[in-house]
Design a binder for this molecule. Structure first.
Ligand code: ADP
Length: 171
């Protein structure tokens, strides 16, 4: 291998990292970079669910993710509506990537992974443990801090902090 060749990833093929990303946090960003170490193609997929109230629209959430991440071969930001497994199938992905934080995530994630497996046995859910720095970081806690004008340093990318201040009228 020459110096100019990129390091090979562990797995060929496409993985999907789905979520609400309302908004994307540094915990998500770290997981995306770690995902790219393992999979050569990763789609960050923003869930559009009209029944779930979100602070940012689907387009805003996707745009914030694009701004927060560097352009990188194999990395894509998209959005989807409907069943995640249908989206995974349509994209030809065999892996759904999810992050696990404290034990509180476990039951919900187990249920979802089992249901998705039932709906589509060809798609496997893989979990990565959160880096310890981001163990207690969630989009919800970020929204709460932002609502009261608290500091967001180190919690979200700067562009996201700006978007939160604009949205919540703290700029
Ligand atoms: P949801 O799809 O439940 O709305 P989120 O958009 O909050 O989830 O998060 C998407 C994925 O990222 C989930 O797998 C979640 O566990 C994971 N995640 C959320 N916060 C972090 C974090 N701080 N570190 C690593 N992974 C995270």
């Amino acid at each position: 291998m020459t110096d100019s060749e990129p390091e090979p990833t562990l797995c060929e093929g496409l993985a999907i990292y789905p979520g609400s990303f309302d908004p994307i946090t540094n915990g998500h960003v770290e997981l995306i970079f770690r995902g790219l170490e393992v999979f050569d193609r990763l789609v960050v997929a923003v869930a559009h669910n009209p029944r779930k109230q979100t602070l940012f629209t689907t387009d805003e959430r996707a745009e914030m993710i694009r701004q927060a991440l560097p352009e990188r071969k194999g990395l894509e930001v998209d959005s989807f509506e409907g069943l995640l497994v249908d989206y995974a199938r349509a994209r030809g992905a065999h892996v759904i990537l999810r992050g696990l934080r404290a034990v509180a995530d476990f039951e919900y994630e187990l249920q979802m992974a089992n249901m998705n497996k039932k709906l589509c046995p060809g798609v496997e859910t893989l979990f990565m443990m959160t880096g310890e720095r981001y163990f207690f970081l969630s989009s919800q806690s970020v929204r709460e801090v932002a609502t009261f004008g608290g500091p967001l340093d180190g919690l979200v990318p700067e562009t996201v902090a700006e978007a939160l201040r604009r949205k919540l009228g703290h700029d």
